[in-house]
Design a binder for this molecule. Structure first.
Ligand SMILES: [Zn+2]
Ligand SMILES: [Zn+2]
Length: 135
């Protein structure tokens, strides 16, 4: 199966999915009746990465990507349920710009993920095991 043929289709789904793993995209496409293979999705993702349409935002066993939108933003990620929260910060944007100027760096990617536990997981965790909680 040619990747090119599917690239624009996969790109459409990536845009819709916002934050996604490879299997998220596969699921989305399968439920829409598009017979695309895992290998094709992998190749398409590689291609979209290389042209800067998507960026990798997490480096876990199942990598997570997101579609690049115009506004730079940052993430909180819950280590327990995996929920991703987005936030915007001009202050952080400016600090990064300042840093790149200072070190004369050509920025090609930018992602910031803060990890922790979301509110509902905190509540559950607190109830379950308090002693494990300051690490
Ligand atoms: Zn959570
Ligand atoms: Zn995001």
């Amino acid at each position: 199966m040619r990747t090119d043929k599917w690239l624009s289709e996969i790109e459409k789904f990536a845009r819709k999915a916002n934050h996604f793993r490879v299997y998220d995209l596969l699921d989305l496409m399968k439920t829409s009746g598009i017979p695309v293979s895992r290998a094709t999705v992998y190749r398409a993702i590689k291609k979209l990465l290389s042209v800067g349409k998507i960026v990798q935002i997490s480096n876990e066993r199942e990598r997570m990507f997101e579609f690049v939108n115009e506004q730079i933003h940052y993430h909180f990620k819950c280590k327990n349920c995996g929920e991703m929260f987005e936030f915007f910060s001009e202050t952080i944007d400016n600090s990064i710009k300042e840093g790149t100027r200072k070190f004369k760096i050509l920025l090609t990617g930018q992602n910031l993920i803060l990890e922790g536990f979301c509110r509902s997981c905190c509540r559950r965790k607190n109830a379950k095991r308090k002693r494990n909680y300051n690490g």
